[in-house]
Design a binder for this molecule. Structure first.
Ligand code: E4P
Length: 217
């Protein structure tokens, strides 16, 4: 499973990228707001760090303006993925931009039917939002699993990008049901290392090592 990092925090991206944990980056208007930076400037900086797909989202609601915004965003770097919302206009923009050879991430997906439409419109990535489904007492991981089955049934090559990941368990569950990619905030990716038995195991080893009176260096 590929790891995208869901942030525009350049320091956090660098830290994870140096460890080989970053296959791409996703942003959205809320993430740009949180960064406090200019979208073109921060996205260019991110594309200088990460060689994989970097999603930058259009903000227009009509297809023609989405296409113009997408073309402008795609000029930032060759690894830009234009992110469009899962509306009829977004699908029209997806079809045109993907036809021009640009990577397109269709975002705000909440149903299998929406995912089918995005695949047929040529999406490179479909982004089902699992956390936001869980927030309203629905099952976000089940949606990933259902899209996986349908895409496999018909050989759609659109990659399933599990988004709106809130917990380390979401990551495990998405991997188990076959998401191609997951995007999560740096805090969730870093929390994946934690296990209480690792901590207690280290504590015991340190205690016993001190008793040996030995040194390695
Ligand atoms: C990424 O592509 C999405 O925009 C992001 O994962 C949404 O996450 P949220 O539901 O936590 O805002």
């Amino acid at each position: 499973m590929k790891f995208f990092v869901d942030t525009a925090d350049v320091a956090a991206i660098k830290e994870l990228n140096d460890l080989g944990m970053v296959d791409g980056v996703t942003t959205n208007p809320s993430i740009i707001l949180k960064s406090g930076r200019d979208i073109l400037e921060v996205t260019r900086e991110i594309c200088g760090i990460v060689s994989g797909p970097v999603s930058a989202e259009v903000v227009a609601l009509d297809a023609a303006t989405m296409i113009s915004e997408g073309r402008k965003l795609a000029e930032i770097a060759p690894n830009i993925t234009v992110k469009v919302p899962l509306t009829w206009d977004g699908l029209q923009a997806c079809k045109v931009l993907s036809g021009e050879g640009k990577m397109v991430n269709v975002t705000l997906c909440f149903s299998v039917n929406q995912a089918i439409l995005a695949a047929k419109a040529g999406a490179t990535f479909i982004s089902p939002f699992i956390g936001r489904l869980d927030d309203i007492n629905l099952d976000g991981v089940e949606l990933i699993s259902d899209i996986r089955q349908v895409y496999d049934n018909y050989g759609f090559d659109t990659q399933i990008l599990a988004a709106s990941i809130r917990t380390v368990n979401h990551v495990t569950q998405c991997a188990l049901v076959g998401a191609d990619v997951m995007t999560a905030p740096p805090s969730v990716i870093k929390a994946m290392v934690n296990h209480p038995l690792t901590d207690s195991g280290i504590a015991q080893f340190m205690k016993d090592w001190a008793k040996t009176g030995q040194k390695i260096l």
